[in-house]
Design a protein around this ligand. Structure first.
Ligand SMILES: NC(=O)C1=CN([C@@H]2O[C@H](COP(=O)(O)OP(=O)(O)OC[C@H]3O[C@@H](n4cnc5c(N)ncnc54)[C@H](O)[C@@H]3O)[C@@H](O)[C@H]2O)C=CC1
Ligand SMILES: O=C(O)[C@H]1O[C@H](OP(=O)(O)OP(=O)(O)OC[C@H]2O[C@@H](n3ccc(=O)[nH]c3=O)[C@H](O)[C@@H]2O)[C@H](O)[C@@H](O)[C@@H]1O
Length: 380
């Protein structure tokens, strides 16, 4: 199939490369000229294990191209929207400007029967709104919402072999046609047994918000237990191990620590609260405020513990922070707990050095006031 992928960031670049690996003809489009240049030159614009190699492999087949121009989406049968939905400045809601502007500019290049597929994480109600806009311009235009569940660091494996596909589709004939097109896109993983669920738009959008909220809640739950362990002398790791043997609970996402960060869980739980508040059901999600608060407390607690460990004053203490990214196997420093802790330590007078195998450039752009070392030689 001929496919366009609009937005080639952490999600879209991997999606484009993987769809080409599955045998499709793919054009990746991004307004960021540096990203497009890198991708065209077979350089992954960010660190993701296996991405450079796969990019190189599929570019050689000629099935994958990149462009800064939306006009190059013309001629594709299916268009995936993979642009960012960051937290809006000054409040909790999702900033929908990128989705809206990419969608509007794509409309100029659609052809009859084309399918637009939303992959970005969006507030519930977005797909209905965009479908309405689409139908006013193209009565036979199709729109589906197919949320993405990949984890950075495991993005290729999660894209080629996800736990499930969710298709948010309209009722009737249009829904059937949209599902058929998506089935053709994902024919290989579907044939390998990946389950697929067809839902209405709202359910598909909510599956994504609910999944990330559940994961965030699990992490904050164990971090709350860590607070209790601290005052009781219990061991939170053994507690998590013991809980994890219960199959109803499971051990995954029960690692206590500095809390969750990244470009998704923190902003997604906030956007979920904001959207549900707009819909008048804010009480349903008040627990997510606590999940967020517990998470933010971890960063302060880490600073406090460090201060206690070094004799109750951070002034002039030399501290190395190992890892700037929000998690291993990624260079993503968006809302990184490590960097926020490093910055707080420095503010309280410590001489902080940060090191990371992949994330130093991004970290330096966000926190230029911190000191960075490529390796540990010279630090203590
Ligand atoms: N990063 C991840 O692991 C996952 C992200 N998501 C969701 O996917 C969406 C994208 O996230 P990321 O890839 O992390 O963001 P990102 O910020 O890395 O990438 C977004 C890309 O879209 C491009 N863009 C913005 N406006 C555009 C336009 N009008 N036309 C073409 N390109 C445009 C930007 O230049 C950027 O390269 C978000 O909604 C996120 O919540 C969902 C699952 C996993
Ligand atoms: O919507 C998204 O973008 C993605 O968000 C998360 O993926 P990701 O942010 O890449 O990373 P995770 O592995 O979920 O880790 C998130 C954060 O939680 C932390 N974490 C994770 C697990 C744990 O037990 N404890 C813990 O503190 C990690 O260190 C990291 O800071 C979800 O796991 C993906 O399913 C989802 O697609």
């Amino acid at each position: 199939m001929r496919i366009s992928v609009i937005g080639c960031g952490y999600l879209g670049a991997v999606h484009a490369v993987c769809l080409a690996k599955l045998g499709h003809d793919v054009i990746g489009i991004d307004i960021d000229l540096r990203k497009v240049g890198d991708l065209q030159a077979a350089r992954a614009p960010f660190f993701e294990p296996g991405l450079s190699e796969l990019l190189d492999e599929v570019l050689m087949t000629g099935r994958l191209k990149f462009s800064p121009s939306m006009a190059d989406a013309k001629g594709s049968d299916v268009h995936f929207l993979c642009v960012g939905t960051p937290q809006r400045k000054g409040d909790y809601a999702a900033d929908m400007r990128h989705v809206d502007s990419a969608f509007v500019s794509l409309l100029d290049f659609l052809e009859p029967g084309n399918l637009i597929v939303g992959k970005s994480t969006v507030p519930v109600g977005t797909a209905v709104r965009l479908a309405d806009q689409l139908s006013r311009r193209y009565p036979d235009g199709l729109l589906a919402w197919n949320p993405e569940f990949l984890r950075e660091g495991l993005a290729i494996q999660d894209t080629l072999s996800p736990d499930r596909f969710v298709y948010g589709i309209p009722e009737g004939e249009d829904g059937t046609r949209a599902a058929q097109l998506l089935d053709a896109v994902y024919a290989t993983p579907l044939a390998a047994g990946v389950p697929r669920l067809c839902t209405n738009y709202a359910t598909a959008e909510l599956v994504k918000a609910a999944a990330n909220s559940f994961l965030a809640t699990k992490i904050s739950y164990i971090n709350a237990m860590a607070e209790v362990c601290e005052v009781t002398g219990a061991d939170v790791t053994l507690l998590a191990d013991a809980l994890g043997f219960d199959e109803r609970i499971g051990r995954k996402f029960l690692n206590a620590g500095v809390g969750f960060g990244g470009g998704c869980l923190p902003k997604d739980i906030r956007a979920f609260m904001a959207r549900v508040g707009e819909l008048g059901a804010d009480q349903a999600l008040t627990f997510l405020r606590e999940v967020d608060d517990i998470n933010v407390r971890r960063r302060f607690r880490t600073v406090e513990l460090t201060r206690t460990l070094v004799g109750n004053s951070l002034l002039g203490k030399r501290i190395t922070v190992l890892g700037a990214a929000f998690k291993p196997d990624s260079d993503d420093v968006r809302d990184s707990p490590a960097l926020s802790i490093a910055a707080q330590l420095q503010l309280q007078g410590a001489e902080v050095t940060v090191t990371d195998p992949e994330a130093i450039d991004g970290a330096r752009r966000r926190f230029p006031e911190l000191v960075y070392e490529e390796d540990l030689t010279g630090s203590s």
